[in-house]
Structures are given as C-alpha cells and as structure tokens.
Design a protein. Structure first.
Length: 249
C-alpha cells in the first residue's frame, strides 16, 4: 500500500471509530507501528486529526464560528436542551456558557421560573433579556469574535464571585480518557472556572462530539456529573462514560 492510500485509510478509520490505537492501525494496514506513528504526525500537522499517546483521535465535527454553529444540528441540540431543562429549578443560581445548545436551553426556560443566571454569552443574554423572572448577570471581559462570548481576567473574576447550584455548558470535544477539550485557550480557562465554582456540572453534547479531542484542556471527566445527549442513555457509545460513574440522560 502506497503512502497516500495509507493516509486515506487512517483518516477513514479515525472518522468512523473516532479513536484508534497504533496497534489497531498497524494490524489493519499491515505496517509497523513506527510507520503508523509517522503517518499520524503528518495528518496531525495538516489538522486532519489529533495525535495522542498510543494513537489518534478525531477532531470535533462542529464548526468553530458561532454563526456557523447556529445552523449546525439544531434539531439535535433542541432535543438536548429539552432534556437539560429538567435540572433547572426555582431559586437556583446557574452558570450558562456560550454554546448554541445552551442558547437553545435559554430559549425554553419557562417565564414563571425564578432563577439567577450568570453568563458570558451575548446570545444567552439576548434571549433572557425579556424573561420576566430571570435575574441576569453578565460576566464582562474581552470579546471573543469567534464565540460571541467574553474571556479574560474580568470574566473569570465575575464567575469566582458566585457559588452556583449548576453549571450547564455546551461541549466542543469530550473523551473518556482525555476529558473536556476545546479549540480556544481562553475559553478553556473560563469554562474551567465556571465548573470549579458550581455544585453540579452538566455537559450538553450531541453524540457526534463524543470521543473527540482538541488542543486546549478544560477538565477531567471526574469533574462532570451529568452528560445530556440527543440519544437514548442506553446507547453503546455512552458505555465508557457510564462506567466512569457519570449520569447519562
């Protein structure tokens, strides 16, 4: 098998399985693990997958810019949002991050519900500005034009001033061994702070983001209490997360 064919085969394996080991690829393609390791580096340098110890992992399939994400898998995100709504109760202080699944959740919070929302998301603030019983606190800072959120010292300090009942956040990439990761360093810092200051951390994720990884680390899986997805909890793709003791909805 020539090199270009081998690279194509590796990409197909990673796309299909989301996560593959050097041993798996070596056996499947009948070449040495050293050869596979070099091939993975080539593909990783091109941004086509993420090289990890012992193998490779797919990148998150979601677009990076908020405007593009608004149009991506919205039917599935509304399913996730509807499931996540059950965790919000009257009188709570909740953190909401800047994901499109979170915007979908904000849109369906009942008008009679009395809550305090702390967020760094411009779209979430826009949704909740007309909510009659939601006190909304905006964590100001430096604008991320990619995500329509704020980041930086001021944003982090605002979240540190609260002890939230819940932190509900959208997932960029999630993996049972590599934890939560994202494409922006400063966004990772903000989300990490939000999770540290909350009593319960609830991750909202469509199924296609599971078993993927990006460059910037947020937290280990042990920091997550619940994963809310658009599939049934018994789905075999969720087994690894249930084994970690995480509730799956």
């Amino acid at each position: 098998m020539i090199k270009d064919e081998r690279l194509e085969q590796i990409l197909e394996h990673v796309t299909r399985q989301r996560s593959v080991s050097l041993t798996e690829l070596s056996t499947a393609l009948n070449v040495s693990e050293d050869t596979i390791r070099r091939d993975i580096k080539i593909l990783a340098d091109k941004g086509q997958l993420k090289a990890v110890r012992g193998g490779a992992v797919a990148h998150s399939p979601i677009p990076h810019h908020y405007r593009a994400r608004e149009k991506h898998d919205m039917a599935q995100k509304r399913i996730v949002a509807a499931k996540a709504l059950q965790f919000i109760q009257d009188g709570q202080v909740i953190f909401l991050d800047g994901g499109t699944s979170i915007q979908a959740l904000a849109e369906i919070i009942p008008p009679e519900m009395k809550i305090t929302v702390v967020t760094h998301s411009f779209p979430v603030v826009s949704v909740l500005e007309d909510h009659p019983n939601a006190e909304v606190i905006f964590a100001g800072g430096r604008l991320s034009k990619l995500a329509f959120t704020t980041t930086g010292y001021e944003t982090i300090q605002t979240f540190k001033n609260f002890r939230a009942d819940l932190c509900l956040f959208s997932v960029c990439s999630i993996h049972p061994t590599m934890g939560l990761t994202t494409v922006e360093h400063e966004e990772a810092q903000v989300k990490r702070t939000m999770m540290e200051m909350a009593g319960q951390n609830i991750a909202l994720s469509t199924i296609d983001k599971l078993n993927t990884a990006e460059s910037y680390y947020i937290s280990p899986m042990t920091d997550i209490d619940v994963i809310v997805t658009d599939v049934e909890p018994v789905d075999e793709r969720l087994v690894a997360y249930r084994k970690l003791g995480i509730a799956v909805v």
